[in-house]
Each structure stands twice: as structure tokens, then as C-alpha cells.
Design a protein around this ligand. Structure first.
Ligand code: ATP
Length: 253
């Protein structure tokens, strides 16, 4: 079966600094994948390559079988990206913004309104959707940006730090939403520093350090690999310990 995300030996450097080092990673359809790593490990760079916002110097990236950089539009039509800093137009209402995004993805107005009504109920957006987004709290912005990513029912949702700034009830809603999507065969790829959330919801976890995947698998497999009995936090701290087996940040000359 075609993988939802297939990264083969992707290599990305900025100048001489290698951010992602020959990274190979495959995420099957229907999986909730959590991507973890310390600051500067290469998560955002990887995510931007998956979404076609950055191109690797070497290697290939396929989304639902479409090669980024070759058949990029087809790949991008199957994907949605939610960055960690939600961006909205201040002078539009949430609903106007969502209509704008739906039009970009060629979602017909009737379908858009049906999906939007569901999302508005699920994410409890009814009381602010018709106000200008300049008046929104961080959490309200997050909800609208998440809704905008789901309007075209993407096969792959790539989301950077999905739970930051959300209240506990909304966190639960978002977790449920992710679970519903994966049960319907869709894929969620999320990067997070919140290890409890990764531990609670992810089917598989990948840990990146200095641009390389240092651990990959189910939580039970990571425990075995790290010979750690306890939490994901223990495993993470052990595998990314800068004092143990540290390779200095790689540079390519
Ligand atoms: P964080 O958890 O802090 O957001 P991250 O895992 O997302 O970190 P990246 O943003 O992918 O890490 O950065 C990986 C490395 O590449 C870092 O060393 C960073 O300094 C470097 N880097 C990222 N973007 C650029 C850029 N535009 N120019 C130069 N170096 C960059």
C-alpha cells in the first residue's frame, strides 16, 4: 500500500549547517505519528520539506504517492499544514477566512457549509466565528486555523505543536478529532514537545536529534530500545542527552 508520507534519505542544510541528515521515515495511512526532538533537532525543517515549503538538497519525499518537487501540486492537494504560530487576516472574520481557504481548495459552497457546520460544533466556534479575527484569543485562532486545514478533508494532516495554548477541554476535542481521522484512514503527523500528549495519543513515535532519527516505533518498542522502564520523558531524555554520545551539530564542508 502507498505510504501517506515517504521520506527517503532527505538531506537539508542551511549554508554549511546540516539541519536534516539523510533522514528516512515512512508513515502509513491511518497512523497518528508524533515527531519529537530537542530544540534545533530538525523537526520544523522536516515538516516544511514534507509540505513542500522547503526542498531537500538530496533525497525524495512522497505524499500519498506524489513526489514533492515533481508533482508538488498533486501532493499539496492531499495535505494540510498547521504551523505552530497560527496566521489569520485581522480584518476578516473567522468565517470569511474559512470561506477564502475553502475557495482556494475548490471546495464547493454546499460541501464547505456542511463541513464547516460540523467543525464549528465540534470545536465550539459558534460564538466567535462571525467576529473579526483580530479580537481572537490564541486558542480561538488555533481552532480556526485547524478548521481551515480540515475543510478539504486532507489525507495527511501535518501539525506543529497542536496543543500549545489550548485549554484542557479543547485539547480533548483535538485529540478526539485526530483519533476520528485516523480511524477513517487519514494520517496525522504532529510535532510536539508535550511528551504526555505523544504518549497518550500516538500510534508511533519518532525522535530526532541533530538531524537524525534516533528512535522510531511504538512506545513499547522505544522502551525496549532505550532499556528504559518508565515514561516517554525518561526515554526522550536518555536518547537526546547532550552529554552522552553527543555528536556535535553536523556541518558539511
Ligand atoms: P525547535 O524545537 O526549537 O522548533 P526544530 O527541531 O524545529 O527546533 P529546526 O527549526 O528544523 O529545528 O532547525 C534545525 C537546525 O537548522 C537548527 O540548528 C537551526 O538553527 C537550523 N536552521 C533552521 N532554519 C534555518 C535557517 N533558515 N537558516 C539557517 N539555519 C537554520
Amino acid at each position: 500500500m502507498t505510504a501517506a508520507i515517504d521520506i527517503q534519505s532527505a538531506h537539508k542544510r542551511y549554508g554549511q549547517k546540516i539541519a536534516v541528515h539523510d533522514l528516512t521515515l515512512t508513515v502509513p495511512a491511518g497512523e497518528l505519528f508524533a515527531f519529537l526532538g530537542p530544540n534545533g533537532a530538525g523537526k520544523t525543517t522536516t515538516i516544511k520539506m514534507i509540505c513542500g515549503l522547503l526542498h531537500p538538497q538530496r533525497g525524495t519525499i512522497h505524499v500519498c504517492g506524489h513526489a514533492m518537487g515533481v508533482n508538488g501540486l498533486a501532493a499539496k492537494a492531499r495535505i494540510a499544514y498547521v504551523p505552530d504560530q497560527p496566521f489569520l487576516y485581522d480584518k476578516l472574520t473567522g468565517r470569511e477566512f474559512l470561506h477564502f481557504v475553502a475557495a482556494m481548495y475548490h471546495v464547493a459552497p454546499e460541501e464547505r457549509d456542511t463541513v464547516l457546520a460540523d467543525l464549528s460544533e465540534q470545536l465550539v466556534m459558534g460564538d466567535f466565528l462571525d467576529k473579526l479575527t483580530q479580537s481572537y484569543s490564541h486558542g480561538m485562532k488555533q481552532k480556526v486555523v485547524l478548521a481551515s486545514a480540515l475543510l478539504h478533508d486532507p489525507d495527511v494532516l501535518v501539525i506543529d505543536e497542536p496543543m500549545v495554548g489550548l485549554d484542557p477541554r479543547t485539547v480533548r476535542m483535538v485529540k478526539d478529532l485526530f483519533r476520528q481521522r485516523t480511524q477513517a484512514g487519514k494520517t496525522v503527523f504532529m510535532s510536539t514537545h508535550t511528551l504526555e500528549i505523544a504518549e497518550a495519543v500516538a500510534d508511533r513515535i519518532g525522535i530526532i536529534n541533530h538531524g537524525r532519527v534516533v528512535a522510531l516505533g511504538k512506545l513499547s518498542e522505544l522502551r525496549a530500545q532505550a532499556r528504559a522502564e518508565h515514561s516517554l520523558e525518561d526515554i526522550f531524555l536518555q536518547l537526546t542527552n547532550p552529554l552522552v554520545g553527543a555528536t556535535e551539530d553536523a556541518v558539511e564542508l
